[in-house]
Design a protein around this ligand. Structure first.
Ligand SMILES: Cc1cc2nc3c(=O)[nH]c(=O)nc-3n(C[C@H](O)[C@H](O)[C@H](O)COP(=O)(O)OP(=O)(O)OC[C@H]3O[C@@H](n4cnc5c(N)ncnc54)[C@H](O)[C@@H]3O)c2cc1C
Length: 448
């Protein structure tokens, strides 16, 4: 019987295992040193914030794995030996495979800062990071101040977590405005303001230079490139993540930033595949990055690969870009492409609307000549994914999208809706005469 071995029990590895089991009787082994059972990494923050217990973020009951004959191995793979189709574990165990799936995710970036390995310095990625945080920053008496370095999605999550326990936080952000490599300026500015509303000591355009140690090898302060010393008990390093592939260095598997794969998620070695955060596409798919550290793409890769392993060769096709996140109280959604000022292409026009006194805004991107709708970012308004996906497929223009924006709104009926204001501003800025159409459930569900 075929033995499929999967390194990594995150969303990518687990999805592959589940879908192979649905279709075949192959022997399946899942390996990870992090936690015996799969958990939702995206929900780690809610455990620290007290909204959930750790067992609540495990999507499957503990008996699920045995019942589905998915063997779980708690171990860390130190070496892959493709000629002999074997893996070596740190504790000396050897595991043979017929097909191997590498799904080892990411690791937090460290850029060689002096003091980055001191006690009290950590990233936010794994369950172990969460456990460590409970030790270093259980409350504001033990942790008098934290410094979080790196203004991305994980950075702002860590800041929110620490604030939920009233720990004072200094937030060092390299860019001159929060996440402005991704967000257009209006949105980035709104998040800057929202961070300040939460009493965070936000330092824009500020870099970490060094982490200073006390006499016991613990972080006691950071030094910034502005020459300031900030005393702290915790330094959170959240300056991005990169593929977790160091253990593959001498394996003969082609590596770039991640494990190089084609659209079928195949590596250069037969019967070895890579998926999830650790995979790097040879050819980027559309505007997507060759490495994507996103939950749903890991799941999609796992689904596609399971088909291939079960005999139905299937390319990974993620469709239109979408994503969502939360910045404290503000929900963010994006569909299609809305680039930041730095990445914006010449033909890309933006229309930005912001509510005069609430943290609600949106940006619509469209082609300046053809007026084709390219993408939308919304903050504080929930939108329907399926509808934007359809409009992108149908290559609708900006006028159509605005006219039907009420259809896309997913906020409950009793929420205040803003489509009329949005369209009024668009008409005035672009000399247009668009009128909002009444919401139509028939259009929403029947594609009428
Ligand atoms: C705090 C946080 C919040 C996030 N929030 C979001 C969000 O809101 N939305 C979103 O889309 N994405 C989010 N992400 C990103 C998302 O969680 C990842 O894209 C996703 O978990 C990647 O899944 P994966 O299966 O590729 O890898 P992982 O989930 O990283 O799983 C890989 C597993 O492999 C194991 N492993 C690694 N090396 C070895 C080895 N040598 N031997 C054995 N096992 C090994 C690891 O221990 C780990 O358990 C977040 C990430 C973090 C850290």
């Amino acid at each position: 019987m075929q033995h499929i071995v999967i390194i990594g029990n995150g969303i990518a590895g687990v999805t592959t295992a589940r879908h192979i089991r649905k279709k075949t009787d192959y022997r399946i082994t899942l390996i990870s040193p992090e936690n015996d059972y799969f958990f939702s990494r995206t929900a780690l923050m809610y455990v620290y914030m007290g909204h959930m217990k750790f067992e609540h973020i495990q999507p499957y009951e503990n008996w699920f794995w045995k019942k589905n004959r998915i063997e779980l191995v708690n171990g860390y793979v130190t070496k892959v030996d493709p000629p002999n189709k074997k893996l070596l574990l740190k504790d000396g165990r050897i595991i043979a495979y017929d097909s191997l799936v590498i799904a080892t995710g990411s690791k937090s970036n460290k850029f060689g800062w002096p003091g980055q390995d001191l006690q009290g310095v950590q990233g936010l990625y794994s369950k172990q990071d969460l456990d460590l945080l409970e030790v270093t920053a259980p409350d504001k008496e033990v942790c008098k101040r934290a410094v979080v370095v790196g203004g991305g999605l994980i950075g702002i999550e860590l800041v929110e977590m620490l604030r939920s326990r009233k720990i004072p936080v200094t937030f060092l952000v390299r860019e001159k405005s929060f996440w402005n490599g991704v967000l257009p300026q209006g949105e980035s500015q709104m998040i800057n303001e929202h961070i300040l509303e939460h009493h965070i000591d936000l330092r824009l355009a500020t870099n970490l230079k060094e982490i200073l140690s006390d006499e016991n090898g613990r972080a006691k302060a950071v030094l910034t490139d502005k020459g300031e010393t900030i005393a702290c008990n915790l330094v959170g390093l959240t300056a991005g993540v990169s593929p977790n592939i160091d253990f593959l260095k001498d394996s003969g598997i082609e590596l770039g930033k991640g494990v190089k794969v084609n659209r079928f998620l195949e590596t250069n070695i037969e019967n070895i595949y890579a998926i999830g955060d650790c995979a790097e596409q040879h050819q980027a798919i559309g505007n997507r990055k060759p490495v994507e550290a996103v939950w749903y793409t890991g799941r999609m890769m796992g689904e596609a690969l399971a088909q291939t392993i079960c005999g139905k060769k299937t390319a990974y096709d993620p469709g239109h870009w979408f994503n969502s996140a939360k910045f404290f109280d503000i929900e963010y959604q994006t569909y299609g492409w809305v680039f930041s000022e730095a990445d914006k292409q010449e033909f890309e026009h933006h229309f930005h609307w912001r509510h005069p006194n609430e943290n609600i805004c949106l940006t619509l991107a469209f082609h300046s000549k053809s007026k084709q709708f390219l993408g939308i970012n919304t903050f504080g308004i929930r939108m329907r994914h399926e509808l934007f996906d359809r409009w992108l497929n149908e290559e609708r223009n900006i006028g159509y999208v605005l006219e039907h924006l009420k259809d896309a709104n997913f906020d409950p009926e009793f929420y205040r809706h803003h489509e009329e204001d949005i369209i009024r501003q668009y008409n005035s800025e672009f000399g247009a005469n668009i009128k909002a159409r009444k919401k139509s459930w028939q259009r929403i569900f029947n594609n009428a």
